[in-house]
Write a protein that binds this ligand. Structure first.
Ligand code: M6R
Length: 607
């Protein structure tokens, strides 16, 4: 994780760096810092905490038209000032910011200490800055000093290095994203494209193994091994939409309320009403290929994996093709068997999740074809897959994923429909589904206008020592998503189980007053879920029930939260909304940092 921003050009750098950091803060917010080069001196400003904390310690004016900045998510070493980037070399001649993990840092650090160099902090990144400075002291160029250092390193890096005596920045990438925006007599470096859009549309995405020498008006690209290569300039043409908070108190609440429009974006132009099918151009799949698909595998982490589980069920139901979801962080370590005829879907909001990227690489290495289901245009997964579907949620800035979840489910629904129509789904069934799917944004709006007694549910869960979430079929992953949201935002331990599994163990947790959240839309499994509700109530549990409007199951609830009626295959798009709100309001009530929950970051770019 961590966010990097850099600038070299003709403007005063400080404001640009701080604004860049502010846009990248979602990537980590343990500590933050900037370094600026001016008149043969480098000034450093660092602090524990967020960009706001940095702003409060910055002098009004720090001159310099070249600088690097970093917002940290701690991996190696605690959250301390010493471990805050930018790091400075023992001789003050090299400064760097790093995103990634240096696996052999212990060995490198020992050899530096043996040469009399004192390690100031505990980060793995610090070994890089001293090693580069040692090489530089041998009289080689900055480029050679970085290249020689990186050749000795095992691990991942997105790196931006500044030199006291050279008017350039050196960037390198291996596993952690880095993008260079080219302007007129100025260059910008960023961990993701969004902070660049207000400065330039022309960008170069560094690939793994790339090393770039950047001056204010040139960019020289080479591989780590030394061969020079051409820089492919891409144009940022995606309208990334509004990313400011506006009047909302938190990004999460704003994003929850953006879901109807986001889903409209995701659906728009992607359905064929006449044929009752999906039309996902970016998948580049011919009907005769789809007919032969033996199975589908979906991969993701966290919320993306949960959306994938819903996609898996929809694919099996609509297309009758075996589908399985894998947690990406486990997948590649299990030496998976890859069938080149199967379809692999990598699901990720950021498109930068290291575990998902590693799984994609493993599949590709073994001859499998992987499609991205991604939000961020031009992200690593999107480019690695080269084919797939953008979910078009717009920027999601809150660490807790909300609108990306519903759009992942939306995109996977359309994909399942497209696959289904080549097999078992009739035209009429397809048309019915399309009609209902197009209604979902309206239904979401109508729910969000009147969300029901969420505060009563919040009262129950906010004082609980743990919360159990139950659901069946498509509602089992929804229950999981609700539990994940409450855990990550309110730090309350939550368990999510398919309702039938509850009596095989988790029920032992229940005692008088234990809150149990049950997701029970009016589908073919409702009656079975009802049995689980009775079993919980018999043990004194208080039931918070998410159900369809007008359904008599409401009588079973202590807190009944109705959502609009919808096609049974589309219920997750509605039942998840009260769970998101419940987690949000609980976190607010408990005084937690909703958009930046402790220990987390939006984009998990380390394994
Ligand atoms: O960017 P990705 O969708 O690949 O991220 C995957 C997870 O890290 C992410 O969904 C995480 O679980 C969220 N914080 C959940 O709200």
């Amino acid at each position: 994780m961590c966010g990097i921003f850099g600038y070299i050009g003709h403007q005063q750098a400080l404001g640009l760096l701080v604004e860049g950091l502010r846009r990248l803060e979602y990537r980590g917010y343990d500590s933050t810092g900037v370094a600026l080069l001016n008149d043969g001196e480098i000034s450093y400003h660092r602090t524990v905490g967020k960009v706001g904390n940095l702003q409060s310690i910055l002098p009004a004016n720090v001159p310099g038209s070249q600088g690097i900045a970093h917002t940290r998510w701690a991996t190696h070493g605690g959250v301390t000032l010493e471990n805050t980037h930018p790091h400075r070399s023992f001789d003050g001649k090299v400064t760097l910011v790093h995103n990634g993990i240096i696996e052999n840092y212990r060995a490198l650090s020992k050899s530096l200490i043996a040469r009399g160099i004192e390690m100031v902090g505990e980060t793995d990144s610090e070994v890089l800055v001293h090693s580069i400075a040692l090489e530089l002291a041998k009289g080689v160029s900055p480029e050679t000093s970085v290249r020689r250092t990186l050749k000795r390193v095992r691990g991942t890096w997105g790196l931006c290095v500044m030199f006291l005596e050279h008017d350039l920045l050196i960037c390198a990438r291996n596993g952690s994203p880095l993008i260079i925006g080219t302007g007129n007599g100025e260059m910008f470096i960023s961990s993701d494209p969004h902070p660049l859009t207000s400065h330039t549309q022309q960008v170069v995405y560094l690939e793994d193994g790339d090393l770039a020498v950047v001056t204010k008006d040139s960019l020289k690209l080479s591989s780590l091994q030394g061969g020079s290569q051409e820089a492919n300039i891409s144009t940022l043409d995606e309208d990334w939409g509004e990313s400011d908070l506006g009047d909302a108190p938190h990004f999460m609440l704003k994003e929850i309320y953006e879901q109807p429009d986001a889903l409209r974006q995701c659906i728009s132009g992607r359905i064929d009403r006449e044929m009752g099918s999906g039309r996902l151009g970016g998948m580049q799949l011919q009907h005769n290929t789809l007919i032969q698909v033996p199975h589908v595998r979906l991969l993701g982490c966290g919320t993306a994996a949960i959306a994938a589980e819903i996609g898996q069920m929809l694919i099996e139901r609509m297309a009758r093709i075996p589908a399985v979801t894998h947690i990406a962080s486990e997948y590649r370590n299990n030496d998976p068997v890859i069938n080149p005829k199967a379809l692999y879907l990598a699901v990720s909001q950021s498109g930068e999740t290291a575990d998902t990227i590693a799984a994609v690489k493993e599949i590709k290495l073994k001859g499998g074809q992987v499609f991205g289901v991604v939000n961020v245009v031009g992200s690593s997964i999107a480019r690695l897959c080269g084919q797939g579907v953008y979910i078009h949620s717009g920027p999601e800035q809150s660490v807790a994923s909300t609108k990306a979840f519903t759009n992942m489910v939306g995109a996977l629904t359309i994909f399942a429909m497209q696959l289904g129509r080549t097999r078992h789904l009739s035209k009429d069934q397809g048309r019915e589904l399309i009609q209902e799917l197009q209604q979902v944004p309206h239904l979401m709006e109508s729910y969000l206008e009147n969300v029901g007694p969420i505060d009563e549910a919040v009262e129950l869960v906010s004082s609980a020592s743990s919360v159990l979430y139950l659901g069946r079929g498509l509602s089992a992953p929804v229950a999981k998503e609700g539990a994940l949201k409450l855990m990550e935002l309110a730090y309350i331990p939550c368990l999510a189980y398919p309702a039938g599994e509850m009596k095989h163990g988790p029920m032992a947790l229940l005692e008088e007053g234990s809150p149990v959240v049950v997701v029970a839309p009016n589908d073919h499994l409702k009656e079975k879920t009802l049995s689980a509700i009775h079993e919980c109530k018999a043990r004194g549990a208080k039931i918070i029930l998410i159900h369809e409007q007008g359904d008599e199951i409401a009588e079973e609830a202590h807190v009944s939260i109705p959502v609009p009626k919808v096609h049974p295959l589309l219920t997750p798009l509605l039942t998840v909304l009260p769970l998101q709100l419940m987690a949000y309001r609980t976190a607010v009530l408990l005084g937690k940092d909703v958009d930046r929950p402790r220990n987390l970051a939006k984009s998990v770019t380390v394994e």
